[in-house]
Design a protein around this ligand. Sequence first.
Ligand code: AMP
Ligand code: MG
Length: 430
Amino acid sequence: MTDSNRTLAEIASCLADYDPNALPVAQAQAILAAVVTPVQAIEQVALRSALDRVLAADIISPIDVPAHDNSAMDGYAVRGSDLDGGQAVTLKVVGTAYAGDAETAPVEPGQCLRIMTGAVMPAGCDTVIPQEFTASAGEGAIRFEAGVVQAGDNRRFAGEDLKAGSAALTAGAMLRPAHLGLLASLGIAEVPVRRRLRVAFFSTGNELRSIGQTLDAGCVYDSNRYTLFGMLTRLGCDLIDMGVVPDDPASLEAALRTACESADAVVTSGGVSVGAADYTKQIMAQLGDVAFWKIGMRPGRPMAFGKITSNGKSAWLFGLPGNPVAVMVTFTFMARGALMRMMGAADAPLPMLQARSEAPIRKKPGRTEYQRGIVSRDADGRAQVRITGAQGSGILRSMCEANCMVVLGDAQGSVAAGDLVDVLLFDGLT
Ligand code: AMP
Ligand code: MG
């Protein structure tokens, strides 16, 4: 369904019951996913620089990892058939194998080889007796009790991590520390990644002051630009911070034009709500194909989305609401997925857990509510969650106290104490 040439109206007309004034969360997310497309440019970067970048091609393993059968323990490599007797075993130690040794001495029946973790298994041996199960049995011999290990124990097989020729990673993977390690284990020094997404962002509102300015009567410091800076940085975007844009048509038009000429996506906050007595919506609408949604969610009901164009250059516009918590919620549940898709990342649903609500939560069916919560463990070690008090969409302090978002879906009514609720842990997200 991905088609960036269709207008939003055309896409929306394919959806049964599209109503921009009462748009369910899932429908808004589906529209976002349907219209945005990944940036095409690819660059080759050194492994360390690939951290938090999106892999642009499948990586086929050039080698078996590990390259040979090897020991998983420090101990003695033995032939499994020497364990068959059902009684204590005494074996002659014929040498020592260290990790990194190219060859190991052959081991005959009745013999064993002292072996270190990672050392190549000697021919004929399929089992390692851990050091701590063995005792000296005189000069050059060891002894261990029957049944301490089974034949085949404590051996790692060649290729058990990855087989030569198999897909080690697939395009679209977000390269995290484990991925860097895996690529290093294949001896790969450079990987192709998508170019970083360029995102311009600014805050709108005459009441906003920047840090360092005097806080005049009736004004607030602009906090959204800092939360957005943090969340966009964590996503791995290249940022263009355009500051606070005052609420006059010329300034807003100039800012939106500059943003869309220099970035793939533009993220703004403020001025998109129903009562907003400013020019933001008007100017956004003038510059492109922009829908003004009322999404069935709380916080974060109003949001503008569309494509704006200036001097032949286009960018996707995410016009987030102004309230500080609403900005974070709409970014996380609306903009983030679309930006990830633009980055070329494979779809990865946000990992939700379930936790028992410690107390009742009032909730109206018919919209999705995102409540700030604190997950902990109860006496039995099970996840439980409590809400961080007042949930006003301007109360950023409670975002700082919270370690998760409790997600109460459209169909959900009030929650009773002890009910299971969906929870999105914040770590790495906010
Ligand atoms: P708006 O959506 O523009 O009507 O703004 C809703 C509320 O969010 C108002 O109380 C604004 O003052 C506040 N707000 C808007 N933008 C910001 C911002 N960048 N930082 C802090 N508060 C903001
Ligand atoms: Mg405003």
